[in-house]
Design a binder for this molecule. Structure first.
Ligand code: SF4
Length: 410
């Protein structure tokens, strides 16, 4: 179960809209979005990317609809897609209308690029007739030039005004099936704009730091912006805009929501110690190998990889399954209990086998199948290690005494 995030401000009350079969806003779970990087006219290529995104936990996917061929592609993609498709529209009203014809579940309009009020209202009317929601997708980098001039730049006020102006045009044709984003690559600007917007409307908000860049910096920037707002109760759907395979965007989005307790864990959660002077094994290599092998199983399980048998079992106590390395061996741990001691070079294999059995048979069965000698063998390993290295592996108490003596002598 997701842990109740008590530090998180209760979610802002937003109205709920439906993107295909996926609810966004209201009390529905915060959803994860991504965007395909294929040419939309490449139907098979785009669909194969959409399937990969769905497998990684994506809820809604966006495809560009920038030319007639893309709209034709969408008409073939939509009926075969496992996820609702949102068409991304920038300059051409015809593309918005063609995407609606193709049966998309949502549109994204950029008010900075599609500017004529009559055209915007025409799209809203057509979307209304089909019960298709629209995202007003304001972007600091393509802000309407009038607003840029009025505010002397892309300020939070300018981004919010752009969104609300478009919303008012929609209201003129009685269309409210709308979610809104006010993205910027500047994290502080983006946070301020969303905070302001959250006060002014109850429409669901789509969060993102646009053009965040490649990982790891892009991941950090996007997380700084999205997580800050989510912790304040703001945000109904999120997208990591990374310069990377879109599957990475989805993994990042899922990990963020799961770590904040906003979504149930659906796959592997690998925790690993950062390693330190006590480490008896190459924790980084072991954690990487374990991650690669366990990810293939796609099991909803938390696994801990710890570098030593002194602190490892304690630190891994909360995980479903763990392994602590040391003295040429690995101590395999289920919910804090050592169930087997394996050779160091068999640790990943043991983890993979036990993860499968644990999910198939459950804790009680696996604890009952524990090697009765494992706890005693592990205790011996721990004692040997403590004897060899002491409880103070870095000899800090000796060092401190030496420093004290030197200081006194001086
Ligand atoms: S588990 Fe052991 S090796 Fe890893 S950080 Fe903790 S003390 Fe260091």
């Amino acid at each position: 179960m997701a842990r109740e995030g008590k530090f998180i401000t209760p979610r802002r009350n937003s109205r709920q809209i439906m993107v295909g079969g996926v609810p966004v806003g209201g009390k529905s779970p915060v959803t994860v979005q991504s965007m395909t990087t294929t040419k939309t006219h490449d139907v098979d290529g785009t669909l194969s990317q959409i399937y990969a995104l769905a497998g990684a936990g994506c809820d809604i996917v966006r495809c560009t609809c920038n030319e007639v061929e893309a709209a034709v592609g969408l008409a073939q993609i939509v009926p075969r897609s496992p996820l609702p498709i949102v068409a991304d529209i920038h300059f051409h009203v015809e593309m918005a209308l063609a995407a609606l014809e193709a049966g998309v579940a949502g549109l994204r309009l950029n008010p900075g690029n599609l500017r004529k009020p009559e055209e915007i209202k025409l799209v809203a009317r057509e979307a209304k007739d089909r019960n298709v929601p629209i995202r007003i997708g304001v972007n600091a980098g393509s802000l309407h030039p009038d607003l840029y001039k009025k505010y002397g730049g892309a300020t939070p006020e300018a981004l919010v005004e752009s969104a609300l102006t478009e919303l008012n045009l929609f209201r003129e044709v009685d269309f409210e099936d709308v979610k809104i984003s006010v993205k910027a690559s500047n994290v502080v600007l983006m946070i301020e704009a969303y905070r302001m917007l959250a006060e002014m409307t109850d429409h669901p908000l789509h969060l993102g730091v646009t053009e965040a860049g490649p990982p790891p910096n892009g991941l950090i920037k996007a997380t700084a912006g999205i997580a800050t707002l989510l912790a304040e109760g703001i945000g109904d759907t999120i997208r990591y805009s990374l310069t990377a395979d879109p599957v990475e965007e989805v993994k990042a989005g899922r990990t963020l929501l799961e770590s904040l307790g906003l979504r149930e864990r659906r796959g592997l959660d690998l925790i690993a110690c950062p390693s330190c002077g006590r480490a008896e094994i190459d924790v980084i290599a072991l954690a990487k190998e374990a991650q690669t092998e366990l990810e293939k199983l796609n099991l909803p399980i938390q696994v801990a990889v710890m570098g030593c048998v002194v602190n490892g079992p304690g630190e891994a106590r909360e995980a479903d399954l763990g392994i602590a390395g040391g003295r040429g061996k690995g101590h395999l741990i289920i919910k804090g209990k050592i169930v087997r001691v394996v050779k160091e070079d068999e640790m990943v294999k043991a983890l993979v086998e036990e993860a499968q059995k644990l999910v198939a048979e459950g804790y009680e069965a696996r604890l009952a199948a524990a090697d009765p000698n494992a706890e005693a063998e592990a205790a011996r390993d721990r004692e040997e290690l403590l004897e060899a290295k002491g409880t103070d592996a870095n000899n800090s108490s000796v060092r401190i005494e030496n420093i004290k003596r030197r200081v006194t002598e001086e």
